[in-house]
Write a protein that binds this ligand. Structure first.
Ligand SMILES: CC(C)(COP(=O)(O)OP(=O)(O)OC[C@H]1O[C@@H](n2cnc3c(N)ncnc32)[C@H](O)[C@@H]1OP(=O)(O)O)[C@@H](O)C(=O)NCCC(=O)NCCS
Length: 208
């Protein structure tokens, strides 16, 4: 099920050129990992995912959006709703989503994948701490939303976030739906929605 989505248009791989006049005895194989790669995640990526997630959330709120078991569960059930950004083989940022079948997100959405629905619940977007504030979170989210447009049957994406991240998601094209019904002790969330089908221009030119 795992598939490579595409290579980054933002970071081109760097190739060493063979000097003019040097004749290579046989064709050289490239042993380097791709400079930059976007692909769906799979259960083998769960540890790298969880390491980034733990660093991002445990020190801040004491809790991760997804436990390691939940990461494994979602990457096993719906890998096509995830996207990872790898640089030279290392995961630098990721998104994990699952299917949801109601108008608004409810508590059960935190642990459930509902197959064959029109709505994706984005559980987590996280960027490795060494790579933040470089535009990577915005680029990965943009690529993920473009990719979702190409998944047959999907119409929208929903997520919850804390108040301070609302401007980040508004900038990415999400609309605010108001306070979320989902509660975690000492935290409250806003619910955000992104319509996947609304922009014909973006769809026609997205390379689907
Ligand atoms: C939130 C996160 C995904 C953003 O990714 P990023 O690569 O650092 O963000 P970008 O460089 O694309 O920044 C885009 C904008 O978001 C803003 N932003 C990023 N993190 C922010 C934060 N913690 N608080 C407020 N604004 C933030 C930036 O200021 C920037 O705005 P600008 O363009 O007006 O300057 C990343 O900081 C992260 O992984 N944080 C920890 C995990 C998390 O909170 N995930 C989101 C909830 S699931």
């Amino acid at each position: 099920m795992t598939q490579q989505v595409s290579n980054s248009p933002f970071l081109k791989p760097f190739f060493l050129k063979t000097p003019v006049g040097v004749v290579s005895p046989r064709p050289q194989r490239r042993h380097t990992l791709p400079a930059s790669e976007f692909r769906n995640l799979n259960p083998q990526d769960a540890i790298s995912v969880f390491e980034i997630e733990r660093e991002a959330f445990v020190s801040v709120s004491g809790e991760c959006p997804l436990t390691l078991d939940e990461v494994l569960n979602f990457l096993g059930q719906c890998p096509e709703l995830s996207l990872g950004w790898f640089e030279e083989g290392q995961l630098v940022a990721f998104i994990i989503g699952s299917g949801w079948d109601k108008e608004r997100l409810a508590q059960e959405a935190m642990t459930q994948h509902v197959p064959d629905t029109t709505t994706v619940h984005i559980h987590v977007l996280s960027v490795h701490r060494h790579c933040r504030q470089q535009g990577k979170g915005s680029i990965l989210l943009w690529r993920y939303l473009q990719y979702l447009r190409c998944v047959p049957g999907l119409r929208r994406a929903l997520l919850i976030c804390e108040e301070f991240l609302v401007p980040f998601y508004l900038k990415a094209g999400f609309k605010e739906k108001g306070p979320s019904a989902i509660s975690v002790p000492n935290m409250c969330f806003r619910e955000m929605e992104y319509m996947l089908g609304g922009q014909a221009y973006a769809r026609r030119n997205s390379g689907c």
